[in-house]
Design a binder for this molecule. Sequence first.
Ligand code: MG
Length: 247
Amino acid sequence: MPPLFPPYAEKAIQTYLHHEGFDAFCPRAVLFDMDGVIYHSMPHHARCWQEAMATFGLKMTEADVYATEGMRGVETIRLMVREQQGRDITEAEAQAMYDEKARLFALLPPAPIMEGVLELMEKLKAAGLQILVVTGSGQRPLFRRLLDDFHNFLTEDKIVTAYDVARGKPAPDPYLVGLQKAGGLQPWQAVVVENAPMGVRAGVAARIFTVAVNSGPLPNSALAAEGAHLVYSRMTQLCDDVFQSTN
Ligand code: MG
């Protein structure tokens, strides 16, 4: 079996090992984020955030949606109200505003599976790597859809959700739970795949080799700045790259 990443990634791997003080990088599991990584769902989220917040007199750009992805929705709302309206609102008020965003989201058709992700999972599975999903989402219908769409690769015990942790991304906790659910792996035995700055920060904080796949409008540099060890512009590029020992 060739190495997971091609030779040009060796420098990034060595930098990672040196920085974390690990001896070897031996991936046995890949921990995928959900929104913007395995589902092309961020355009839907962006549209619903902007529309819902506008009804409360809040301005939220598409870039704002991507920059705050991964944070708890109510926290994002409380920050925006403080910044734009100079007042503090309660968790319950913020929740009511968030519910409007969730209501609009539920009206949209299901987001498509990200191009390249099924092929990538096929390669990983063939090589004997475990596949897990680590999401900050708390929407149970989405978890059922996950098990349906990815039944060849994923079981319920390999999904980390908002219900598994007290602290969400950008804290490392969700990815640390992912390592546990993968059978008690060490950070150097896994890879994180993320699309958002907050998610990259969480993977890096968990001391896991973190690959960013940029599926949104932020510059790649925004993901590199959070410490992503490799940055791809598309999932299909990552899929093409894995187990290619000769390029
Ligand atoms: Mg994401």
